[in-house]
Design a protein around this ligand. Structure first.
Ligand code: UD1
Ligand code: CA
Length: 461
């Protein structure tokens, strides 16, 4: 059996935040979720997460069936350190299992790297294996000390290292795979007699080696994966790499992204083949984009289902469903709980909220459609307003199939326009428009002949 212990109890002081560090998001997903997912996908049977600072919040946000939380006591006088964190899961470690120790603040770690570490550990029959990386700038990290035969001897923390040791570029990623029984025995022997007064997990490696155990060092292929988030600067670094990864995955799956540098697609979004994404697009949350869509410049899509062959330009769409072949924008705003059928045309400066629109309906310019049930092939003219709010309560409007709402009309809810009902331009509709009937609800025009001449005469012009 393989288990993981993910260390996530640290405070993250350098984030200068009221949010626990591991809950900060990278491409829309909490940092810690990436580590849990990578571990899961690497065929780890059980994941134990050691939480401490902000533990209630972390547990609430990340509660899942196969994740087990262990709480590290935090506060004045409490012991501290990566070794102490691992001890919190001591009772969960079975003798014959492989324990993968992961850091809760390294969102870029991949399942394939964890698999590789496990594989390297098992294939070579090591008792403990350290995942290492070679960095141009190793400062801050524990350095890997090897003997003449290249065997791993020890890990020296940056602050405890001599100048000579500091020059070593191979570092400890903070990720390990250790035999269960040996880990438990060694944890019982570590102490906190060092400069920091902390229990170091790295001492476990030293104890194992001194006990004649075989320790491996597996060098990671892409050292960027072990980058941790300690500050907002590092958060942005991870965001950029994750963004590139996500965009690349979509491109390799057949999506055209015109300018990947300027396209923000969150983790978990799916996009169909031959869709084209223009610069400045942000697609977030639980969104699905179909095939052959065009998502035009500066469009924001949040928690939406966009079906096939939809075209959207410079618009914002939130928590809505957009049917096949609709065209939207530029500058439209589709607000939450809207459901558009197929072949609908929504043009510039149209706002839709909490409304259902049937197939083939059009609102090409400057309209507000709120709290409405609109049928098929309805034409909503320029400047139409669905007046849904009287200052106290909201009411719904129904417009049935094939109706025509003339420009600059107000439909005062609750009101209904029946099938093929025809509202004359400039009407303010307060009563039902019956089937096939023309409703004109505006003052009649009065023409006063010669009025202009008369006024000029009066004024002596
Ligand atoms: C550790 C390693 C160092 C390695 C580096 C890689 C030790 C002694 N040093 O150093 O060799 O190069 O990681 O990033 O292990 N944590 C707890 N409880 C604690 C202390 C820490 O859960 O009491 C968690 C933190 O939240 C963090 C992880 O353990 O996710 C690493 O702790 P951190 O303090 O960042 O370790 P480093 O000093 O960076
Ligand atoms: Ca760290």
């Amino acid at each position: 059996m393989n288990i993981s212990i993910i260390l996530a109890a640290g405070e993250g002081t350098r984030m200068k935040s009221s949010v626990p560090k591991v809950l900060h998001k990278v491409c829309g997903k909490p940092i810690l979720s990436y580590i849990i997912d990578a571990s899961r996908n690497a065929n780890i049977d059980k994941n134990y997460v050691v939480v401490g600072h902000g533990s209630d919040e972390v547990m609430e946000e990340l509660a899942e069936d196969d994740v087990f939380f262990r709480i590290q006591p935090i506060g004045e006088g409490c012991p501290y350190g990566t070794g102490y964190a691992v001890m919190q899961a001591m009772d969960d470690i079975e003798d014959d299992c492989n324990v993968v120790i992961l850091c809760g603040d390294t969102p870029l770690i991949t399942d394939s790297t964890i698999k590789e570490l496990l594989n390297y550990h098992q294939k070579n029959g090591y008792d403990g294996t350290v995942l290492t990386a070679v960095l141009d700038d190793p400062s801050g990290y524990g350095r890997i000390i090897r003997d003449e035969d290249d065997n791993l001897l020890e890990i020296i923390e940056d602050r405890d290292a001599t100048e000579e040791e500091k020059a070593i570029k191979e570092i400890n990623s903070g990720i390990y795979c250790i035999n269960g029984k040996l880990l438990k025995d060694a944890l019982g022997k570590i102490d906190n007699k060092n400069i920091q007064g902390e229990y170091y997990i790295t001492d476990v490696i030293k104890i194992l080696r001194e006990g004649g155990r075989r320790i491996g060092a597996c060098i990671i292929g892409d050292s960027r994966e072990i980058h941790g988030v300690n500050s907002r600067v590092q958060l942005a670094f991870c965001e950029k790499i994750m963004k590139d990864r996500i965009n690349q995955t979509h491109m390799l799956e057949g999506v055209t992204i015109i300018d990947p540098e300027n396209t923000y697609i969150e983790n978990g979004v799916s996009i169909g083949r031959d869709s084209i994404i223009y610069p400045g697009v942000v697609i977030s949350g639980n969104s699905t984009i179909g095939r052959d869509c065009i998502i035009g410049e500066n469009t924001r899509i949040e928690n939406c289902t966009i079906e096939d062959r939809v075209e959207i330009y410079s618009s914002t769409i939130e928590e809505s469903i957009i049917g096949e072949r609709c065209t939207i924008g530029p500058y439209a705003h589709i607000r939450p709980d809207s459901r558009l059928g197929r072949d609908i045309r929504i043009g510039n400066f149209v706002e839709i909220k909490n409304s259902v629109l049937g197939d083939g309906t059009k609102a090409a310019h400057l309209a507000y459609i709120g709290d409405a049930d609109v049928g098929k092939n309805v034409n909503i003219g320029c400047g139409v307003i669905f007046v849904n709010y009287d200052g106290e309560t909201k009411a719904r409007t129904t417009v049935e199939d094939n109706a025509f709402i003339g420009s600059n009309s107000n439909l005062i809810a609750p009101v209904i326009v029946r099938k093929r009902g025809y509202v004359a331009a400039g009407s303010t509709i307060t009563d039902e428009v019956e089937e096939g009937c023309l409703s004109i609800a505006r003052a009649r025009q009065v023409n006063k002949y010669g009025w202009v001449d008369e006024r000029q005469r009066r004024d002596g012009k």
